[in-house]
Design a protein. Structure first.
Length: 355
């Protein structure tokens, strides 16, 4: 079995971050979302992976490389425009050949894994096996309707009036039957070849399409709040490790990771927290559920429940909470005597200031 991981798309919901980096490279516990996805692929026993990429391909290649670091063999497949998930399947036809494959969305986090579902697919080999989850508002998802016998009867992409609360979570297992289905469908009203239409074609043709419910933690990391929530979840599994330098005046409480080359001086760190290599934390209070990237500087700062990306500087800021701070960003006090705030804010940024 092979894998197809989709890492194109514009990431409009994660602007302004996605203006300068692919959304799949946003870090969760200091590791790109895409790397978490590829680890999921490896856990189901797959080593040969095709990654669909767009114009941000060089950045993704720089991080993932040939996949050998993750025990994988990676082939990059170009998609010039986001024309739908079924379009990705057609683009990958040569890579996939006549092998069964699993398709993952490259920005979906399923840390509890899908190994059991993968084994069900291998054992029973239906034409397609889709992973679903009950959601409160299915209108933003592909929705699956089941018959009384539990078989898939109908799939609808983002319905206005859903007749089911079962949403596709972005993991699909396919036999080569999907290629005929992808070739048989036409573009939807939004101009895309929808994977739901291809699956519906299989159902209509009498092929076996099975839905397996996933009950573990799942998060589509399309919004900043989702990224922060996922970071909190994965930090719960962090095991304390201090490989950097922590001076005697600092206090570390709970699960705190200080990576090699990081320095902590005169600070209080309350885990779970991870501090990246080369980062300096001085005279600061870092609260729980925080990930700080590589080569950052935090001085005289109080921060919790946040993510600080590589190279950022935060100085003399007391009270940052639930923040996502971009690469090489600089946050600090105004000049002495200034009584007002000063902001330099890019498109689609969101600022929340305490009254």
């Amino acid at each position: 079995m092979k894998a197809l991981v989709l890492s194109g798309g514009l990431g409009t919901r994660l602007r302004p971050f996605s203006y300068s980096m692919p959304k799949q490279l946003i870090p969760i516990v200091n590791k790109p979302v895409l790397e978490h996805v590829l680890e999921n692929v490896r856990r189901v026993g797959v080593t040969e992976v095709g990654i669909i990429v767009s114009d941000r391909a060089p950045q993704i290649r720089a991080v993932i490389g040939d996949g050998s670091r993750l025990g994988l063999r990676v082939t990059y497949i170009r998609q010039d425009e986001p024309l739908g998930l079924a379009h990705c399947v057609t683009l990958a036809r040569e890579f996939l050949g006549d092998d069964d494959f699993v398709m993952f969305l490259g920005d979906n986090m399923l840390p509890d894994g899908v190994e059991e579902i993968a084994q069900e697919f291998i054992d029973n080999r239906p034409a397609a096996q889709i992973v679903v989850r009950k959601v409160a508002d299915p209108r933003a998802f592909g929705v699956v309707e089941l018959g009384l016998d539990g078989r898939v009867e109908r799939l609808v992409e983002k319905p206005e009036n859903p007749r089911s609360d079962l949403a596709l979570v972005g993991v699909y297992f396919f036999t080569p039957a999907i290629h005929q289905a992808a070739s048989a469908i036409s573009a939807s009203a939004r101009g895309e070849l929808e994977i739901t239409d291809a699956l519906q074609w299989l159902v209509t043709q009498g092929a076996q399409v099975v839905a397996s419910q996933y009950d573990g933690y799942w998060k589509d990391t399309g919004h900043a709040d989702d990224v922060l929530d996922c970071n909190r979840k994965l930090l719960q599994a962090v095991v304390a490790s201090v490989r950097g330098d922590v001076d005697e005046s600092s206090v570390l409480i709970g699960s705190v990771v200080v990576e090699e080359g990081a320095r902590v001086t005169g600070s209080r760190i309350e885990g779970p927290v991870i501090i990246g290599a080369g980062t300096l934390v001085e005279d600061s209070h870092i609260g729980p559920n925080t990930s700080i990237g590589r080569d950052c500087v935090l001085s005289y700062t109080r921060l919790d429940s946040s993510i600080v990306l590589d190279g950022a500087t935060v100085t003399e800021v007391r009270g940052l909470h639930g923040s996502l701070i971009g690469r090489m960003a600089s946050i600090g006090p105004a000049d002495v005597g200034t009584s007002h705030h000063r902001l330099v804010v890019g498109d689609h940024a969101r600022i929340e200031v305490a009254a």
